[in-house]
Design a protein around this ligand. Structure first.
Ligand SMILES: Cc1cc2nc3c(=O)[nH]c(=O)nc-3n(C[C@H](O)[C@H](O)[C@H](O)COP(=O)(O)OP(=O)(O)OC[C@H]3O[C@@H](n4cnc5c(N)ncnc54)[C@H](O)[C@@H]3O)c2cc1C
Length: 436
């Protein structure tokens, strides 16, 4: 029996680890994880990688090394096709940075396939966005933003030192959801760190961060109370918040709003919603929703193919909200985590001819962390005894514990404790900001 999992992200890596330990180690099944990258960085950390407050190299998990430890095998490759009749997937040729082919196009056959390839930013076909904005979908994009940010800080610092220039570095973030507001706060913190590491000509007045949001409030997915608290904190930091402002076009470094206003920025980040990765569009005969997520049944199998599961951001799983209205499980790390656990259980049940378990989404709340300044959120479920608003240190602790839960799922208790300890030690011995 061969189980192939494509996508080693928040959900896929947890699933591969569980199945490797439960089935691979006992030789009850062959578990294969396919990912287009060599290493895993938990996606909710990408805004911290972009600002430099987190060094992706320090916090990444090497798939090959982790597979060796967890009794699954890892195949480097990018999914390009699916043959459901003959049960195999196509993987694109792998090339190095100079375009030389390292591995030719390949196929990988499966008995059960799990698609866990996440999502990509949705540009809603706004002209110029794909060419002129940076997305935070992948670590390399976050690193590109960071490299440019470092150069821009170094350049501006030298300019101010030489000419007492009044120029500001302007970073515009389109989208006032969690990613946009978290990144804006990280950038102000980054300026403080840059100043303490010698780039001290850049004052608060030299950094301008704008959030351009089409809706009437920030973090619209959260309650009005949290939305207002976040807005007040960002205004206090100095973020320029433009609400009810939709973007019509982006050309070069200029954003043109629907009202015709032109906003010039040194870097433009697009963080305004997600859709399923393009490759899923090609898969014919499968049910998808408006943003091309794959429709799954209550057991998280594709509605049109019971040998294929989908989980996380690429899955469209219908649920009812508190008011009994139809909606989809939200594209969040906690959804991917819960779905990975149900898919793992269902694959084991299939091998043992047991009935499958229906997926039940449990919303544990939402949190927004504004760097080291503060955090806001709402906790739900067991510990919160219903629902509880949190802020400050408690909210920050809950936010960090989300990542610890992911680490626990892939490393177990002992290694997670060691990793947490190592990160505390690094806090003292390494710079607080990635400086190159
Ligand atoms: C900046 C940012 C902050 C966020 N903050 C939060 C938060 O605070 N809380 C929260 O709950 N959620 C947050 N999210 C959302 C969360 O990251 C996602 O919902 C979650 O990562 C989805 O998990 P996943 O397993 O479906 O996909 P991912 O974690 O995105 O993993 C997908 C994997 O598939 C691989 N892959 C993609 N395409 C292919 C292909 N064609 N072939 C092979 N491999 C492929 C990728 O390399 C990746 O490893 C945030 C997202 C971002 C971008």
């Amino acid at each position: 029996m061969k189980i192939v999992i494509v996508g080693g992200g928040a959900g896929g890596l947890e699933l591969a680890t569980t199945l490797g330990k439960k089935l691979g180690r006992k030789k009850r099944a062959e578990i294969v994880l396919v990912d287009r990258n060599h290493t895993h960085v938990w996606k909710p950390l990408l805004h911290e990688v972009a600002s430099g407050s987190l060094d992706a190299d320090m916090d990444s998990v090497n798939y090959r090394a982790h597979a060796h430890k967890s009794a699954f095998s890892f195949k480097l490759g990018s999914l390009t096709g699916l043959n459901r009749d003959e049960k195999y997937i196509d993987l694109a040729p792998m090339c190095d940075e100079d375009g030389n082919e390292i591995m030719p196009a390949r196929t990988e056959c499966y008995d059960y396939l799990v698609l866990a390839i996440g999502s990509v930013s949705n540009d809603f076909s706004v002209p110029g966005v794909a060419d002129n904005c940076i997305f935070l979908d992948r670590p390399d994009q976050a690193l590109l933003f960071h490299r440019r940010l470092v150069n821009q800080f170094i350049g501006l610092n030298s300019e101010i030192a030489r000419t007492s220039s009044e120029r500001t570095l302007h970073i515009a973030i389109i989208g006032g959801g969690a990613t946009g507001v978290e990144l804006s706060a990280e950038l102000f913190k980054a300026r403080e760190w840059f100043a303490s590491y010698g780039l001290n000509h850049i004052g608060k007045q030299h950094l301008k961060v704008s959030i351009i949001e089409a809706g009437p409030s920030l973090v619209p997915a959260l309650s009005e109370r949290i939305s207002q608290a976040v807005a007040a904190e960002l205004l206090n930091l100095g973020v320029n918040v433009c609400l009810s402002t939709s973007v019509a076009n982006v050309t070069g470094n200029t954003i043109i709003t629907s009202a015709g206003e032109r906003i010039e920025a040194d870097q433009i980040v697009w963080a305004a919603g997600v859709k399923a990765p393009e490759v899923l569009r090609k898969f014919e005969g499968l049910e998808k929703n408006r943003i091309d997520q794959l429709r799954v049944n209550e057991f998280l199998q594709l509605s049109k193919d019971r040998n294929i599961f989908a989980l996380g951001d690429c899955a469209a799983c219908a649920i009812k909200n508190e008011q009994g209205e139809d909606r989809w499980v939200p594209p969040r790390a906690q959804s991917a985590h819960q779905m990975a656990s149900t898919v793992g259980m269902n694959i084991m049940n299939l091998l043992e001819n047991k009935p499958l378990k229906a997926f039940k989404y449990q919303d544990y709340g939402s949190l927004v962390s504004l760097s080291h300044y503060t955090a806001f959120g709402k906790l739900m479920g067991g510990l919160a005894m219903g629902s509880m608003n949190v802020e400050g240190r408690l909210a920050r602790l809950a936010y960090v514990s989300l990542y610890r839960m992911h680490q626990l799922a892939i490393h177990g208790w002992y290694r997670t404790l060691l990793v947490a300890l190592a990160s505390k030690i690094n806090h003292f011995i390494r710079p607080r900001l990635k400086l190159h």
